[in-house]
Write a protein that binds this ligand. Structure first.
Ligand code: KIV
Length: 536
């Protein structure tokens, strides 16, 4: 293979659907993954890592569906992860067949700590596996990425040797993962320099970086890699991912955009070049962020860079005064550049169905007639309690009303709570059971939410452990909608639910029901014999 010209732009490899989905409790079903993949294509990512095909039938189906629907000739490259074993590579190749442009991403650990304690293999054995499995992947697709897992804690001369072999066997992209998020930017820069100087055939491939955020350095490390030769960055929307997450796509893209003259120099361009460094349509960033948050149930912290609700808010009087006089006094980027409408249109109880539909379309929500009807009905209910309905409120309404409806699950009919400083918190709950029966029960608890959850459990009888309960106000003001997120654990799996209401006890009850129904659906789709028919 000849020398591959290094691009003067950065390839964005999105792994929201693979590494991102490894966030505890963020499981997505096939339809949800497909919806995100479609948004990633609109965003303009170059590569979508759609999943880990061998890991479950659901993952296989998601990779296949994304390959078929999104993997068009003018669409992104669709990729599946595979361990360096034949069965994984075969599953990846099979699932990727419908994609116009497919990539298999093969990985194996190279650090001694992983070799000795996890793989229990010698360095020589791993070298042979890399050679054999990269060429096996190459027998299916031309585009093969290789990752030496835990690269940043690997012995350097050995790492160079592994990379040389992977390239000789046909890898076209070499990805360097900081798997445990251990390194600092200076160290990452030195590592990339070392690789470029010591791997003789490195010029034949694209160098990539994959950084985890355990020390909060993921984005800084990825940008350091760019300064030292990386031309592909692996990242996720909102930075979700294993443990503390990954490099956030929006941070990488906006850093390269806002500081373009600075990065131009590292990419061999003229400092003043205005050509974008990535293919990303930045105006789709905000929509992608909300969609991923909504479908994974992982709220974005308000102070999150670029996409947090406070990212463009100015609290201090001095800052407000400055921004009003000249935006750039305190803002380095324009909210509109990430697709965040500058002037939020506020709807109220006199707004009609048309205004409601139009605003949702402007915000990027295309709802089915049924979903729109339910959302409009809910909007009217909330508008009766809350004077102004902002875009944030509309998003919460859409999130509630488009959550997957679990057929034959439980439905909350009524919730009533008594509490106060001299009262034992008591909740009365009426549920429509999966059989269609209507049942009522009551329970006391340490607080009103605890009482509600105990009463629901008495009726539903679906064993679970409450792992997370959080409430976040959608906007400021005493009449704000509260969004409640609940995660329930059952065995080694977590199920999430979310709901919003101006009454946080009601939101808590609905969020719990949503999570419980997800768990209930899981239990009832287990193979026969393991099937648990709870609550009937
Ligand atoms: O963190 C990691 O090492 C990975 C690789 C599979 C790229 O996710």
């Amino acid at each position: 293979m000849g020398i591959r010209p290094q691009p003067d732009r950065i390839i964005i490899f999105d792994t929201t659907l693979r590494d991102g989905e490894q966030s505890p409790g963020a499981t997505l079903n096939v339809e949800e993954k497909l919806a995100i993949a479609q948004q990633l294509a609109l965003l303009g990512v170059d590569v979508i890592e759609a999943g880990f095909a061998v890991s479950s039938p659901g993952d296989f189906e998601a990779v296949r569906a994304i390959a078929e629907t999104v993997g068009k000739p003018d669409g992104p490259i669709i990729c599946s992860l595979a361990r360096a074993v034949r069965q994984d590579i075969q599953a990846a190749a099979e699932a990727l067949k419908p994609a116009a442009r497919a990539r298999i991403h093969v990985f194996i650990s190279t650090s001694d700590i992983h070799l000795n304690y996890q793989l229990r293999k010698s360095r020589e054995e791993v070298l042979a596996i890399v050679e054999e499995m990269v060429s096996y992947a190459k027998s299916f697709v031309g585009d093969v990425e290789f990752s030496p897992m835990d690269a940043t804690r690997s012995d350097l001369p050995y790492l160079y040797q592994v990379l040389e072999r992977a390239i000789a066997a046909g890898a076209t992209t070499i990805n360097i993962p900081d798997t445990v998020g251990y390194r600092t930017p200076k160290e990452v820069g030195a590592l990339f320099d070392g690789i470029r100087q010591n791997v003789p055939n490195i010029d034949q491939v694209i160098l990539s970086v994959h950084t985890q955020n355990d020390l909060g350095l993921a984005t800084a490390n990825a940008l350091a890699a760019v300064e030292h030769g990386a031309r592909q960055v692996e990242c996720t929307i909102n930075g979700i991912g294993e443990r503390a997450g990954n490099t956030a796509l929006e941070e990488i893209v906006m850093a390269l955009e806002v500081r373009r003259p600075y990065f131009n120099a590292y990419l061999g361009r003229a400092e003043e070049s205005e050509a974008p460094i990535t293919n990303i349509n930045t105006q789709e960033i905000y929509k992608a962020s909300r969609m991923v948050s909504q479908l994974t149930g992982m709220l974005v912290q308000p102070n999150k860079a670029i996409v947090g609700s406070n990212a463009f808010a100015h609290e201090s009087g001095i800052h407000q005064d400055g921004v009003l006089k000249h935006r750039e006094t305190y803002e380095i980027m324009d909210a509109a550049s990430i697709g965040l409408a500058e002037n939020q249109i506020v709807l109220g109880k006199h707004s009609g169905r048309n205004a409601f539909r139009t605003r949702l379309q402007e915000l990027g929500f295309e709802l089915s007639e049924d979903d729109l009807n339910r959302a409009f009905h809910r909007f009217k209910e909330i508008a009766d309690k809350k004077k102004e309905i902002s875009d944030w409120d509309l998003e919460a309404i859409v999130r509630d009303e488009t959550q997957i409806q679990i057929e034959n699950g439980f439905q909350l009919e009524h919730v009533q709570v008594t509490c106060g400083d001299c009262t034992c918190p008591t909740a009365t709950i009426t549920l429509v059971m999966p059989t269609g029966d209507i049942q009522t029960d009551a329970a006391v608890g340490t607080g009103p939410v605890d009482a509600v959850y105990r009463a629901i459990n008495r009726l539903a009888q679906v064993p679970n452990e409450l792992e997370e309960f959080s409430v976040q106000a959608v906007t400021g003001g005493i009449d704000a909608l509260g969004v409640v997120t609940v995660r329930l654990r059952h065995g080694d799996r977590t199920f999430w639910g979310q709901a919003s209401d101006t009454d946080i006890i009601v939101a808590s009850a609905y969020a719990y029901m949503n999570a419980l129904n997800r768990l209930y659906r899981h239990l009832n789709t287990l193979p026969q014999g393991e099937k648990v028919l709870a609550g009937q």
